[in-house]
Write a new protein. Sequence first.
Length: 582
Amino acid sequence: MLINLLKFRFKNALQGWIDDPHAVLDLIRPSQDPKFGDFQANLAMPLGKQLGRPPREIAAEILKGLEIGDLCTEPEIAGPGFINLRLRDNVLAEFLQKALADRDRLAVPLLGEAEKKRILVDYSAPNVAKAMHVGHIRSTVIGNALAHILKFLGHEVITDNHIGEWGTQFGMIIYGYRHFLDRTAYEANPVLELSRLYREVRRRVDEPGSTLGPLVLEETAKLHHGDPENLALWNEFVPVCMQEIDRMYKRLGIRFDHTLGESFYQPMLAPLVEELLKNGIARETEGAVGVFLEGEEVPMLIRKKDGAFLYSTTDWATIRYRIREFRPDTILYVVDFRQSHHFQQLFAAAGKTEAHPPELVHVKFGTVLGDDGKAFKTRSGDTVGLESLLDEAEQRAFQIVAANDDAKPVEAGLLTEDERRETARRIGIGALIYADLSQNRESDYVFSFDKMLAMNGNTATYMQYAYARVQSIFGKGNCDPETLRDLKEPIRLNDPRERALALELLKFDEALESAVRDFRPNQLTAYLFELANRYSTFFEQCPVLRAESESVKTDRLRLCDLTARTIRKGLELLGIQTVERM
RNA sequence: GCGCUCGUAGCUCAAUGGAUAGAGCAACGGAUUUCUAAUCCGUAGGUUACAGGUUCGAGUCCUGUCGGGCGUGCCA
C-alpha cells in the first residue's frame, strides 16, 4: 500500500527524462535502519551511472520534480545518493483507519483482473505404502500456506493431493503381505503392519546378492496389468491407509479441493505411451520406452521393459489431465529438491505434447537432516512418524499451558480442562507448522525435537501470546473492539513505539506479496515475528488501559485491535490458529 | 566423471545487488506488588569457506579452488 503510493509518485517525477521508470522503481524499499527513514529510494546511483552524472545530483533533480510533500516530511539525500523518506504521521493514521475499517481484508488490496491467475498447487502427496513421517510435513505445510496466501491475494487456487498409491512400493507391500505377514499385527493396526512389511521387503531387496527385486517388480507389474488378486489387495490396503492419512490432515487443519491419486491416471498411461511412440516423441530403448530430451545424457523412461509404467508417465498424464480439466495458468509442485532433475525432464517433456503448457514451477524444499548432517533417521533407523510428532507437540504444549495457568492468580480466571487441551493443541501444532515455515524452504534443516517444538523466541507461540495479550486488554477494559473500527477521529501517534508498530502494521500486504513472489512463506513468518516484536515493545512501554488520557487510550486500543487482527489473519494464512487466552 | 545445490556468530537459521551482515537458542547483566515474564531492555559473539573478477556498490552475480549434500535409464 504505502510503497506503491511512493512508487507512483516517483514514476510521475521520472516520467519524461528517464526512458523506463519502471525498471528502477523496484529500488524504492523499506529502510533497513530507522535512522534512514521509513523508506529509501536507491535509484539515483544506477541512474547516475546511466546518465554519466553524479548520483547525488540526480537525486536532487528527482526531488525537484517529486510531488510528495503531502505524504512525507522533507526527503534527505544521504551517502552516495540514497533518498530517505519519512512518512507523515497523518498519512500513517489515514491508512490505519482504512485497515481498521476493513473487516475482512485489513485493506490488503485484491489483485486486479489482469494479474489474477488460476494456480493449481500440488502438495503433500504422501505415499500410502509408508506411514507419513517428518519429511512429509514440509510439503504439506508449505503447500497449504502458499495456497492460502495466493487465494487471499485474489488468485484462483486449486489444490490437489497427488497421492502415491500405484508405484513399486505397492509391489513390495503385496510381496511382503504374501510372505512375511504378521496376521495379528495386521488386524490390530493394518497401516503399521503394512509399513513394517514395506521396510522388511525393502531391507531384503537391498541386501547384497538379493534375488527378491524381480519378484517384487513382478507384483507391481501384475497390479498394473489388472491382475484381480493384486487388485483386490490394493483395494483392501488403500482405504485403511487413506483413513490414517486423513486423520493427520484433520489434526493439521488441512483440506484439499481434489485428491486424485496416481491410480486415477492409470487408464491414461498406456494410451499416452502409444501416442508418444506413434508420433515419434518417445522411442524404444533397451526394451523400455523413453523420451530423449535435448541436453540430457539419459532418456526419461516412461515404460519399463516389463510393461509397468513409471512416475514420469503418471506425472505426464497428470499434467495433460490438469490442463484439460482445470486450465491452470500455473502449476506449483511442492516437492523435495531431490526431484529437481525429474521435474526438469518432465517440464521439458510436457512442452513436446502441449501446445500451450501452463507455467510449471517446482517449488522445491530441502531435506530434513539428523544431527550428523545425513537424512534424518531415528536411532533404530526409522523415520519419525508424523503422528508421534503431533502427539509430542501437543503434550509438550499441554505441560507449559498447565504450568502457566496454575501460576496465575486465581482472579485471572483459570482455564477449564477442555480449554487447556484445546489451547495446547493449537499451540503445539502451531509450533510445529511454524518451525517448518520459518525456514527458507530451499535449505535443508537439521531436525531437533526441541527446536521444532520450541515455544519461545521466534515461534508461533510468540505471536499467539501477543494476540492473547491484546484480547486480555479488551477483556479487562470491557471494550468491544468493534466499536473502534469506524471511528472518524484521526489516530495520533505520539510515542515512537506507537509509530513503529503502526508502520509495521501497514506492511502486511507487502509481506504477503513477498511470500508468494518466490513462494517463500518464511517471508510472512519473518514479518509476523517483527510485528509481534514491535507489539511486545509497545505493550511494555505504552500503557493502554491506564493511558494518560481517554483519547490516547482509544488510539492505543485501535492499534491493539489492528495488531491482533493482523496476527490472526497472518497466522491463519499459514495454517496456524490463535487462542483467546493462554 | 558429469549435472544441480549448499558453505553466514558456539548452535539453528535470516538477509528482492544497496548504507555499519541481522534474529532465535545458548552465555552474561538488568527489569516483575504486571493492561499475562510464553515478555522486555542491555552486553558479548563475524575476514559471510578460500582466491580472483564484474559493479558506483557483492553474503548475493561470474570464474577457479576446497569442503558437504543430492542427482546421474527401468524407485518415487
